[in-house]
Design a protein around this ligand. Sequence first.
Ligand code: PMP
Length: 403
Amino acid sequence: MTDLLSKFDGLIAEREALLGSGVRDPFAIVMDEVKSPTEAVINGKDTILVGTYNYMGMTFDPDVIAAGEDALKRFGAGTTGSRVLNGTYQTHKEVEDALREFYGTEHAMVFSTGYQANLGMVATLAGRGDYVVLDADSHASIYDGCAMGNADIVRFRHNSVEDLSKRLGRLPPEANKLVVLEGVYSMLGDIAPLKEMVAAAKAHPNVMILVDEAHGMGFFGEHGRGVYEAAGVEADIDFVVGTFSKSVGTVGGFCVSNHPKFEILRLVCRPYTFTASLPPAVMACAATSIRKLMHSHNKRQHLWENTRQLHGGLTAAGFTLATKTPESAIIAVLMPDQESTARMWSALIDLGVYVNMARPPATPAGIYLLRCSICAEHTSEQIATIIERFAAAAKVTGLPLDA
Ligand code: PMP
């Protein structure tokens, strides 16, 4: 007997075999208590968190929490409506004002998640007869935006300026094209050569560029706008998409732009229009956090110090990392296969360290990772402990290291 769920039998069997070997389920972690941006209680044990996207540690910022509490009391628990009907409160306008100031743009549009921001922007901007040209390692939300829209889709090899240029050169000159790039690619933690990619893209006619700065906001570039700011290509980027679920420390997504017709998107972008807006307390947290991120130079500096310490320490301990140098606040440890990744992940949890386990389809084909993402609030002692525990977990699981 088969039914609609039979297509998942292979995955179910694979998971059962893995869990049958005695490892914990890496996709069913429960945070019993969260003590700070870097510490939680998991399975009753004090655990260092190095697998969250809380890059700037804003989740427990006292001003952010106070703003959220105040808005909760003043505006209630939720809006119960779409942004275009009853769901735009003063708090939503405040976030959009804060974003316009942070990014120095004319327009800002807040979505309920970053996933919906990519989904909506890609599907709405590029329609029938248009082209979306995207990096092969793009985030799922960008691929899903392509699937939802009616444009033709062209992929280029990850971070290859040459392949981007070649593929754009094959498209009809008169057709409109949306090139979609990411500042930081979140699986391997590598950054895009945006200066070269933008120059290559803009050498072709009728090209607009959207860059997803989900993992770059807060600590790349002079104002923390992202990799595109650090690369000096702000004037050539038409749309920046981002999220509040990483450096901002809450939830939500956005797109900022200087395009004079941008505001019409509020009426035609279905993942914006046909869903409830975020609760006012979340918006108050986001607005306060974004404004504080404008002046977080010390935190940024500490985040980079932590990143260098973890990258250097894991390399010295013999782990193989996805990037030779620390390019972003994501340090991905390359693992040989799913089984050893799950065993290492499980050993790390037993030792009190939480990292992300990542596997296809989140990662490129055949790549298994233990992904560390670093927080500005980690102390250098915590980073040293994480490195020690990685080495201890490798010993327990018999993972060969390049010592
Ligand atoms: N873009 C990228 C590159 C991401 O990594 C993510 C989330 N991991 C998103 C978009 C979606 O963000 P959100 O969590 O706000 O849905």
